[in-house]
Design a protein around this ligand. Structure first.
Ligand code: ADP
Length: 221
């Protein structure tokens, strides 16, 4: 099975991907996380990516595909995976179609309003080490400023600043949003109201995954 998560920045793709990973065992593959790792390692690829990410633009397809192909080739992706943040434009979607996949493809469109996005991203803090995501109000860490999972000091992502958020939203509307229609034409898209609390969104996504896989509700717990 391959799950593709579409949705604006702050729509909850990372949260849903993490929930599916822990509930169903499918690896969560976030191109944003892969890129941030490359940036931290200061690899040649990471240096190119950093400047594009800082502007709220997409990183070039060759760089993203190099990272993604390497990740998809690992053993844990044999049964399937949850893609968070890929594909993000038409060329990437076409490329993904050529990468072998035997099981069903499920696409979720996480639909969120701009006000909710701005509020969530302003309050978002992330762990620079394990990429765990927190919200200062809705999901605060147990110890303020410290990651529950690995104890690292939490940060606000460079691109979670208001001017960059605006650019990311524009990039999303221009490049990624059109993919919804492309996948809808195949009948693969499930639109999810993603303005509500994470638990509600995750429950709905899991219900659909279970239905597509033919499992009774909750059997994948
Ligand atoms: P969000 O979905 O909240 O914007 P991500 O962590 O998915 O956060 O992405 C952060 C940044 O990484 C994007 O703004 C973009 O610059 C880059 N990026 C992530 N995935 C891709 C991709 N598939 N193609 C190009 N750039 C990407």
């Amino acid at each position: 099975m391959r799950v593709i998560l579409l949705g604006a920045p702050g729509s909850g793709k990372g949260t849903v991907a993490e929930a599916l990973r822990s509930a169903c065992g499918y690896p969560k593959i976030s191109t944003g996380d892969l890129l941030r790792e490359a940036v931290r390692e200061k690899s040649a690829l990471g240096l190119v990516a950093a400047s594009q990410m800082g502007k709220g633009a997409l990183v070039d397809d060759a760089t993203v595909l190099a990272l993604l192909n390497e990740r998809l080739a690992r053993d844990d992706c044999r049964r399937g995976c949850v893609l968070d943040g890929f594909p993000r434009n038409l060329a990437q979607a076409e490329c993904l179609d050529t990468i072998g996949n035997s099981g069903p493809e499920i696409v979720f469109d996480l639909v969120v309003s701009v006000d909710v996005v701005l509020e969530r991203l302003a309050n978002r803090r992330t762990c620079p080490r394990c990429e765990a995501i927190y919200h200062l109000v809705a999901k605060p860490p147990k110890t303020p400023g410290v990651c529950d999972v690995c104890g690292t000091a939490l940060v606000q992502r460079n691109d979670d600043k208001p001017e960059v958020i605006r650019e990311r939203l524009k990039t999303h509307a221009a490049k990624t949003e059109p993919l919804v229609a492309r996948y809808a034409a195949r009948g693969a898209v499930h639109a999810i109201d993603a303005d509500g609390p994470a638990e509600t969104v995750v429950r709905e996504v899991r219900r659909i995954v279970d239905a597509v896989l033919g499992r009774p509700d909750g059997a994948g717990k």
